[in-house]
Ligand binder design. Structure first.
Ligand SMILES: Nc1ncnc2c1ncn2[C@@H]1O[C@H](COP(=O)(O)OP(=O)(O)OP(=O)(O)O)[C@@H](O)[C@H]1O
Ligand SMILES: N[C@@H](CCO)C(=O)O
Length: 326
């Protein structure tokens, strides 16, 4: 997270009086992350996270992902729970932004994910997909192909200031994806942003998933591709096949991938690469003055995109054609 919107202490203390989570002892902005404004609250009843939702979150979508966290927790998926205020609402308004409070989750996100972490996230992702099957709300993914086009339109004329030729690369790739994006793969509730900084571990044991504002209904294997990109590449941007195998194997034990899903993986991974490339690029070109935020590197995802463009079969991900780890 980050801090785009400041909150005054007296305003926050008054806001907390609308909840039954104790009186404010202290609070501080959290610099990590890039999407929303986040604060760690210490009250007489413990620790909580306050989020003020920023530009990419529409207030109408809050019932979806706050409701999803409750739904998943009831089905054994560990994730924070939204606090209800005295009116029973899970969100309201603070400093002119939609705001929610969730409970603090113990654990640390892995700075250098190892093979056990990759297996842990594979299991958790599949369990989340299964637990989401009977979630009654539906939210279309605003950051799928047409959303990518809109992001590109915001960045096209300045993309080459970040890397020569980037605008042409993006334009050509978006053409391919628009023509060939799959429409017949199994869909369901996806997290859509399950990066290492959104998964907490105690040692090698996964303790919980956070950060659901991108969750939506979309292709389940697309969520798998997002995690492949986020977890299984090394700092030098090469794919670690051992990590990929561990991730796929763990996912497949809970929810086996079909032949059609496996065959689509290279394309889905290209889509997953361009989605994060584009949001990072737009953010890189538009850092708000005075915001406490460190924009993420768009070029990391150019390298991942180029890797997937060169993939000829899922063997390149450490899988054999049957979905078994080769
Ligand atoms: N429930 C929670 N319990 C403990 N810490 C939390 C919790 N939620 C968020 N945090 C802390 O805040 C940081 C940022 O949170 P989060 O990833 O949700 O923000 P974001 O702005 O949506 O970021 P991004 O989308 O870039 O990952 C986390 O890395 C963690 O340190
Ligand atoms: N997890 C994203 C940030 C949230 O969209 C990234 O690393 O680009």
């Amino acid at each position: 997270m980050a801090v785009y919107t400041d909150v005054a202490a007296d305003e926050l203390a008054d806001f907390l009086k609308t909840y039954d989570i104790g009186e404010l002892l202290s609070y501080k902005g959290i610099a990590e992350g890039v999407e929303n404004s986040n604060f760690l609250l210490h009250t007489t009843k413990g620790y909580f996270i306050l989020t003020l939702y920023e530009k990419r979150v529409a207030v109408d979508d809050l019932p979806y992902f706050l409701g999803l966290m409750a739904h998943l927790a009831e089905r054994g998926v560990s994730c924070p729970q939204p606090a209800r205020n005295r009116d029973g609402a899970v969100y309201s308004t603070l400093s002119g932004r939609p705001a929610a409070i969730i409970n603090f989750l113990e654990g640390l996100w892995p700075r250098k994910p190892n093979v056990a972490h990759c297996a842990g996230v594979g299991t958790a992702l599949a369990r989340m997909h299964l637990a989401g099957r009977d979630f009654p709300l539906v939210r279309k993914n605003p950051l799928s192909v047409s959303g990518w086009m809109s992001l590109f339109a915001q960045a096209a004329d300045r993309a080459d200031t970040v890397q020569a030729g980037l605008s042409a690369l993006l334009s050509a790739e978006l053409d391919v994806l628009a023509r060939s994006w799959p429409t017949d793969l199994p869909e369901g509730v996806i997290h859509a942003d399950l990066f290492p900084d959104n998964v907490f571990f105690l040692g090698d044991q996964l303790s919980g998933l956070i950060d659901f504002p991108f969750s939506c209904n979309d292709i389940l294997a697309y969520d798998v591709a997002i995690c492949l990109n986020a977890w299984c590449f090394e700092a030098d941007h090469s794919l670690n096949v051992t990590k990929a195998r561990a991730f796929f194997h763990a996912y497949g034990r809970e929810r086996p991938l079909s032949q059609a899903e496996l065959a689509a993986l290279p394309l889905l991974a290209r889509g997953a690469a361009i989605r994060f490339l584009l949001t990072r690029l737009v953010d890189w070109l538009n850092v708000p003055a005075g915001a406490l935020v460190k924009p993420k590197d768009p070029l990391e995802y150019v390298r991942k995109l180029r890797f997937h463009q060169a993939v000829t079969s899922v063997r390149d991900y450490g899988l054999d054609g049957s979905g078994a780890t080769a």
